[in-house]
Write a protein that binds this ligand. Structure first.
Ligand SMILES: Cc1cc2nc3c(=O)[nH]c(=O)nc-3n(C[C@H](O)[C@H](O)[C@H](O)COP(=O)(O)OP(=O)(O)OC[C@H]3O[C@@H](n4cnc5c(N)ncnc54)[C@H](O)[C@@H]3O)c2cc1C
Ligand SMILES: *[C@@H]1O[C@H](CO)[C@@H](O)[C@H](O)[C@H]1NC(C)=O
Ligand SMILES: *[C@@H]1O[C@H](CO)[C@@H](O)[C@H](O)[C@H]1NC(C)=O
Ligand SMILES: CC(=O)N[C@H]1CO[C@H](CO)[C@@H](O)[C@@H]1O
Length: 619
């Protein structure tokens, strides 16, 4: 068995009524390990070994080395290895993608498990105040597929103005007109009828579809949006303002991660692609002419070296890409000196950290006729049945109300939405009485619930954070300064979005299903009047949460931009043979979830690499 869930005894206090913390929780997690702890890739490899006595050559010379098999890295490795004359090494710190990741309804149980880097933010007295230690947890995928293997799977691209904005900052090749073809290139939209094909691709590797199942509470949320005038538009096309069901990175009720889409289908066919798992890169090798020529990585406790004739491409994600650059001597001079890391290039690595801040606190209760919660014994039965289905359907083939979305503006004069709302699922009583424990031990499938809460996100954050290497152990988890709400204006979209969402209680959609808000303050905000703006601000600062979209830490920008780490072709300034291609290059965070943009960045970025090397004499 590969996969290990989070350790309940670490997150459950002694006296708690949270179901996940009971003996049921232990039983449930061991059932998941038993049924879904293995990995399809491991099974394929076992078969291949059986037939072909596959030998693992240790010839560590490659044309390209890609660090990190996440959303962007998988695309990059696929496109590079399509050229038969190039040898490509893809190094991934995590393990094979376990089967548990394939079940949409299980996404909550992936967090805190052994395929999550389990980062958390530094306490700063401004946000995450009611979280354990004043820290917000920041999960990141650590497995084949990276965060695309643990995320909540919704397919959202952001707004046209985001990309035009990147281009306007001095980044040619990144305007909406330029990136749209790259979104479409990898997209395989499985239900594009009724969509404008100008915006959607159907021939790519990445499946995108609606789940085969949409539950009643999710239907209700969408009905309510439509009832108050938010139209059910394709938010990935011309108009983003609206309220609708989202498409997801899925096919026939199962997750399709970047690993499933871009690596699995070629991994056992293309001899010139080598994939190494459990291989964590800790240093990029750079010679005295400032040319990157390889990497050092650790595998099974041993240090290995691999050499790149052409380029090293860092796709380790928005936390680990800047960490790796800094460990290699590329980063803020003063910080590196303090850690006795020889400085090769002074750059603003780790700065410009941005995320869509959100919070969870406005609880809706669902009466029995609307609730999807079932008896906990039945739940185990449901899981057994799903595991045996030939063609996946039913609740677990979806992931609950998180597929509903609204995009709106806090002020009608804004050029684009600054508010996005998704909806979380919960067990109402547990959420209300023990929000902290419930949150930490949140392992119950996202499709069985009797409570919901709006996830109101600020799409255009003004506050910027940064990350630094861990000063006690530079190789340990970096110090994440989220800096949420440093600019109090960042509360405005949260206040406006919450007001809007609370008003939905009066819709026919809510009333006919008997859904209402629990109008009692949560423990950390007892002294406020429920539903007021002051109460919202208290919730936002106490029950702060990430929407899992930290980006921007290896910012792309023109030469004159002091904050830029990579140029518009994603080459690291001052070092040749080295690029960063992943979500960390975003100059500012897009108005939407960041997986589709990360895949696009993979496509757009590797296209620059292909062009740069095709034009050279190459043998
Ligand atoms: C819980 C969660 C829910 C989310 N929900 C959604 C959603 O519903 N929709 C959406 O659009 N986006 C969502 N996101 C965000 C989205 O998944 C990410 O923005 C995107 O996956 C980032 O892609 P990336 O390529 O930059 O990095 P990642 O996909 O994180 O890839 C980085 C990879 O590099 C590996 N790595 C790191 N360091 C090293 C090293 N030193 N050596 C070797 N390998 C290394 C990592 O293990 C990982 O596999 C969510 C994210 C999370 C965590
Ligand atoms: C809802 O269901 C629970 C458990 O099945 C039951 O105990 C409760 O009385 C029901 N509530 C209402 C209002 O019907
Ligand atoms: C720094 O690393 C040490 C050792 O790995 C760890 O105990 C500590 O929590 C880390 N600091 C932060 C801020 O994560
Ligand atoms: C199997 C295969 O395509 N092998 C090729 C890998 O790349 C080298 C050059 O780098 C070729 O010589 C091999 O034929």
């Amino acid at each position: 068995m590969l996969w290990q869930p989070l350790n309940l005894s670490e997150v459950c206090p002694a006296h708690t009524h949270v179901t996940a913390c009971s003996s049921w929780g232990v039983m449930y997690l061991s059932l998941l390990v038993q049924l879904f702890g293995d990995s399809k890739d491991r099974r394929i490899q076992e078969q291949l070994r059986h037939h072909s006595h596959h030998v693992d050559r240790h010839d560590e010379q490659y044309d390209f080395i890609v660090v990190g098999a996440g959303s962007a890295g998988c695309v990059v490795a696929n496109r590079l290895s399509a050229n038969k004359r190039w040898k490509v090494l893809l190094l991934e710190a995590g393990m094979e993608q376990p089967d548990v990741t394939l079940v949409p309804g299980f996404y909550p149980v992936l967090l805190g498990s052994n395929i999550d880097w389990r980062y958390s933010t530094m306490p700063d007295g401004k946000a995450c105040l009611a979280r354990t230690g004043g820290r917000c947890s920041w999960p990141r995928g650590k497995t084949m597929g990276g965060s695309s293997s643990i995320n909540s799977m919704v397919y959202v691209r952001g707004n046209k103005l985001d990309y035009d904005g990147w281009a306007a900052l001095g980044n040619p090749g990144w305007s909406y007109k330029d990136v749209l073809p790259f979104f479409k290139l990898s997209e395989q939209n499985l239900d594009s009828e009724g969509f404008n094909r100008k915006y959607h691709g159907v021939h790519g590797e990445q499946s995108v579809s609606y789940y085969p199942y949409l539950d009643v509470p999710s239907r209700m949320i969408i009905d309510a949006y439509n009832e108050v005038g938010l139209p059910p538009v394709d938010i990935n096309a011309a108009q983003q303002v609206g309220g609708t069901e989202l498409q997801t990175f899925s096919r026939h009720g199962e997750r399709v991660s970047a690993n499933n889409a871009f690596i699995q289908p070629i991994r056992y066919k293309r001899k010139n692609l080598t994939v190494r798992i459990k291989s964590e890169v800790f240093k990029i090798l750079i010679d005295k002419n400032k040319v990157a020529y390889g990497v050092k990585y650790i595998r099974n406790g041993k240090v290995h070296t691999a050499y790149a004739r052409k380029e090293v491409i860092v796709s380790a994600g928005s936390i680990n890409s800047p960490k790796l650059l800094m460990l290699s001597g590329i980063g803020p001079e003063e910080h590196l000196r303090k850690l006795h890391i020889p400085v090769i290039k002074d750059l603003a690595v780790g700065e410009n950290l941005q995320d869509h801040v959100t919070f969870n606190g406005y609880l809706m209760a669902l009466p029995n006729r609307t609730s999807t919660l079932i008896d906990f014994e039945e739940m185990l039965q449901e899981i057994h049945e799903y595991s045996e289905m030939e063609c996946k359907h039913g609740p677990l083939s979806s992931n609950g109300p998180v597929v509903t979305v609204a995009f709106l503006k806090s002020n009608p004069s804004l050029p684009a939405p600054d508010i996005q709302i998704q909806v979380g699922y919960t067990i109402a009583k547990e959420f209300f009485y023990e929000p902290t424990t419930y949150n930490r031990a949140g392992v119950i499938p996202s499709v069985f619930y009797d409570g919901m809460y709006p996830i109101v996100m600020n799409l255009t954050p003004k506050s910027k954070g940064r990350l630094l290497l861990n000063v006690t152990d530079p190789h340990g988890p970096p110090m994440l300064f989220a800096n949420y709400f440093e600019d109090p204006e960042d509360l405005i979209p949260l206040i406006a979005g919450s007001r809007f969402f609370l008003s939905l209680e009066n819709t026919r959609a809510f009333k006919s299903r008997g859904v209402y808000f629990v109008k009692k303050p949560l423990p950390a905000c007892e002294h406020y009047i429920w539903g007021t703006d002051d109460y919202t601000v208290c919730l936002a600062r106490a029950y702060t949460a990430t929407s899992y979209h930290p980006v921007g830490t290896c910012k792309m920008g023109p030469k004159w931009d002091k904050g830029a780490v990579v140029d518009p072709r994603l080459r690291v300034y001052g070092i040749s043979g080295l690029r960063v291609i992943d979500s960390s290059i975003m100059p500012f965070v897009v108005r939407g979830n960041t997986n589709a943009p990360s895949i696009m960045i993979g496509e757009r970025g590797v296209d620059f690499v292909l062009h740069d090397w095709m034009n050279k004499y190459d043998h």
